[in-house]
Ligand binder design. Structure first.
Ligand code: ATP
Length: 315
């Protein structure tokens, strides 16, 4: 946190609120993103991520609150703000019958950029060999790489990506990650929404969890896990015959930060600091014969998410 305070905030969101006719999509939300940070905005469907991102992008406007990028606000600074931001969406539509190189030239012309920078971008997104290919012949991954290349043509100060790898196969997804890692080394700032926990973990040093229009958690993954004071998760299944009694005994176990039991399936989970340490007491309370299965593993972001919201990250 101390290191963050010394950095310059490139994106500042203050008390932003947005209502649709039947939904309060973003609720008095404040957030600062600092120069050079890679931040993942996570949350289940309908959490308000896209609405927030679109307000930052100037595609929608808040009912109240302020958004500034490098100190500029939208009213009378729109052109300046556009030059500071690079945008890529989940799916980018390109004109029919346009070649990769032509698409680059077209978007480069918006910023008066051509020549060597366009070559550099084609290299960055590994599309040099596809320069003369029609965009509609590209694979999904190649299209997303092109969209990413276009987003960074003008060397934006902040890159905003809405689910950049949704629907891509693992290989294509990794290729996008490599490009983003390159941009990180070059000092870019990134805010990205994603449903993929491993994407957030791989790319972003800061994770912001959004749920029902509000920020539920914000920090490095290690900080988030630390705050919950548990490092491991135990998943167990009880024999149906004695399940109710065994579950009641288990609920009284000490050093458990989260306990959830589903009586219909006789299955449960608990978050603990050290599964091995708790195991003898666990077995004593359940009785070996009443235990159908038991597994312990390190706690993940998704486990925390279920604890906080009752839902999976991708649900
Ligand atoms: P997803 O991960 O599914 O994209 P999200 O977190 O991006 O979800 P939003 O798309 O921001 O969530 O939606 C937040 C809420 O606002 C949802 O309940 C959605 O139905 C509603 N909403 C979004 N856009 C509009 C709109 N233009 N008109 C009415 N309601 C909207």
């Amino acid at each position: 946190m101390a290191a963050r305070a010394e950095k310059k905030a490139i994106l500042t969101i203050e008390n932003v609120d947005k209502k649709f006719p039947h939904v309060h999509a973003v609720k008095n939300l404040s957030l600062k993103i600092y120069e050079g940070e890679f931040v993942a905005l996570l949350g289940p469907n309908g959490a308000g991520k896209t609405t927030l991102l679109e307000m930052i992008e100037g595609l929608q406007f808040p009912d109240s609150g302020r958004i500034s990028i490098d100190g500029y606000e939208y009213h009378d600074n729109e052109r300046k703000i556009r030059s500071l931001m690079g945008l890529a969406f989940q799916e980018t539509r390109f004109p029919e019958k346009i070649k990769v190189g032509e698409a680059m030239q077209l978007f480069g012309a918006f910023y008066g950029i051509g020549g060597s920078r366009l070559k550099e971008i084609l290299e960055l997104v590994s599309l040099t060999e596809k320069k003369d290919a029609y965009v509609n012949t590209l694979s999904g991954g190649q299209r997303q790489r092109l969209a990413l290349g276009i987003a960074v043509i003008q060397k934006p100060r902040v890159l905003l990506l809405d689910e950049p790898t949704t629907g891509l196969d693992p290989h294509a997804r990794r290729e996008i990650w490599h490009i983003l890692a390159d941009l990180k080394r070059g000092g870019s700032t990134l805010l990205l929404t994603t449903h993929y926990m491993e994407e957030a973990e791989e790319l972003c040093e800061r994770i912001v969890v959004m749920f029902r229009g509000k920020i539920l958690a914000d920090g490095a993954l290690s900080e988030l896990l630390e705050q919950h004071a548990s490092h491991e998760i135990i998943e167990f299944k009880l024999s149906k015959s004695a399940a109710a009694q065994a579950a009641a005994h288990l609920q009284k176990l000490k050093r458990v930060s989260y306990f959830n039991y589903n009586p219909d399936e006789a299955k449960g989970v608990m978050h603990v600091d050290d599964a091995a340490q708790i195991l003898p007491d666990f077995l004593r309370r359940v009785g070996k014969t009443n235990l159908e299965s038991f597994a312990a593993r390190p706690l993940t972001l998704d486990d925390l998410f279920i604890k906080m919201t009752g839902r999976h990250l991708d649900g």
